[in-house]
Write a protein that binds this ligand. Structure first.
Ligand code: HEC
Length: 127
């Protein structure tokens, strides 16, 4: 009996770790070494007003037509027809599109790398 009492907290700890791990996998969307919070990303997309320029599935009133639709952006081969689409490149793009492709029509708006990663995690749910 005593050993059960000792074991229970450890089991709970293991279960807790398991849940954390599972969340990590979920938010990485199968992409190794990439972590982002897609729910927070969706909120950030609203806050930064990306929908003023882009049509974005799942975001209310995101029906802009200045830039391309972000429908199925996760499966698109190139970002802006130019940069290989990967989570890291997408993060760089959101962070500073003018640095990546100077002169393109998407403005850099001072988005932090953390925010850009979460936004990327959200964009990668659009398959
Ligand atoms: C002022 C308008 C504007 C805003 C605001 C804007 N974008 Fe863009 N975005 C563009 C334009 C224009 C392009 C096309 C650039 C090109 O192809 O050279 C683009 C391209 C992109 C692409 C690549 C799309 C593709 O099909 O290759 C992504 C992804 C993207 N934007 C995400 C975002 C996100 C996320 C935000 C908000 C943080 C945002 N954009 C805010 C105008 C905007």
């Amino acid at each position: 009996m005593a050993s059960y009492a000792l074991l229970a907290p450890r089991l709970l700890l293991l279960l807790g770790l398991g849940a954390t791990f599972a969340c990590g996998i979920h938010s990485a969307f199968g992409v190794e070494n990439f972590n982002g919070n897609s729910r927070r990303g969706a909120d950030l997309v609203k806050r930064y007003g990306c929908g003023g320029c882009h049509e974005i599935p799942g975001i209310a009133n995101a029906d802009g037509n200045v830039g391309p639709s972000l429908r199925r952006i996760a499966t698109r081969t190139y970002i802006a027809g130019f940069i290989q689409n990967s989570p890291d490149n997408m993060t760089f793009w959101i962070e500073d599109p003018q640095k990546l492709l100077p002169g393109n029509a998407m403005p850099s708006s001072g988005i932090s790398q953390d925010d850009a990663r979460d936004i990327t995690a959200f964009l990668y749910t659009l398959k």
